[in-house]
Design a protein around this ligand. Structure first.
Ligand SMILES: *[C@@H]1O[C@H](CO)[C@@H](O)[C@H](O)[C@H]1NC(C)=O
Ligand SMILES: *[C@@H]1O[C@H](CO)[C@@H](O)[C@H](O)[C@H]1NC(C)=O
Ligand SMILES: *[C@@H]1O[C@H](CO)[C@@H](O)[C@H](O)[C@H]1NC(C)=O
Length: 165
């Protein structure tokens, strides 16, 4: 059961990582396709403000996790919605302070959060015991899909406003 649980956590984390990598790919192709266009009038990313905002997201997540019995900290079922809110929060805040999302600052903060809460969940060797059941796969894919759809929308809108401008 323990290994099963830890494998699920890994599936979840891999899902997040794949999500982040796909976003990277997306912004890379976006940059390529707009190469011939004049540089976008985009406000500079305020990193000190982003740092502060991301910590606000993290504090909310820590509060949520504190309400949860630590014995459930490795049980995805118990914290997936809080985790999703947390990633969504970092994304929203990044856009507010004119930073791309994901960005190195957000990523390293997320890694810090993972170390804090999930370090004991991933201690075991990397083994893929059973594939997760369908419900869980859907649970994992929904936030991944939503974020991808939202980024695509943001990219599409910014392209559109560029063309219109
Ligand atoms: C970044 O945000 C901080 C805090 O809100 C502000 O004091 C600073 O002036 C901002 N820097 C830039 C370059 O806008
Ligand atoms: C995780 O929590 C759910 C809901 O409380 C429970 O049904 C499930 O058995 C738990 N999983 C583990 C491995 O403890
Ligand atoms: C992980 O395990 C260590 C040693 O048992 C413990 O001190 C630490 O508080 C645990 N961390 C979490 C996040 O559960």
């Amino acid at each position: 059961m323990e290994t099963h649980e830890s494998a699920l956590i890994k599936v979840f984390l891999v899902g997040i990582l794949v999500n982040i990598w796909m976003m990277r790919g997306l912004s890379a192709t976006d940059t390529l396709s707009t190469e011939s266009m004049p540089p976008q009038p985009r406000k500079a990313c305020n990193e000190s403000r982003l740092q502060w905002e991301v910590e606000v997201c993290g504090d909310a997540f820590k509060r949520d996790m504190a309400h949860l019995d630590p014995q459930y900290w490795c049980n995805l079922t118990h914290f997936i919605s809080e985790y999703h809110l947390f990633t969504l929060c970092t994304e929203t805040k990044s856009h507010i302070v004119h930073c791309y999302w994901p960005n190195p600052l957000v990523e390293s903060y997320i890694i810090r959060i993972h170390k804090h809460f999930f370090s004991n969940c991933t201690m075991e060797q990397v083994v893929w015991v059973d594939p997760p059941d369908d419900t869980l796969t859907i649970l994992i894919l929904i936030p991944v899909f939503l974020t991808m759809a939202m980024i695509a929308l943001v990219v599409w809108c910014s392209k559109r406003s560029d063309i219109l401008a």
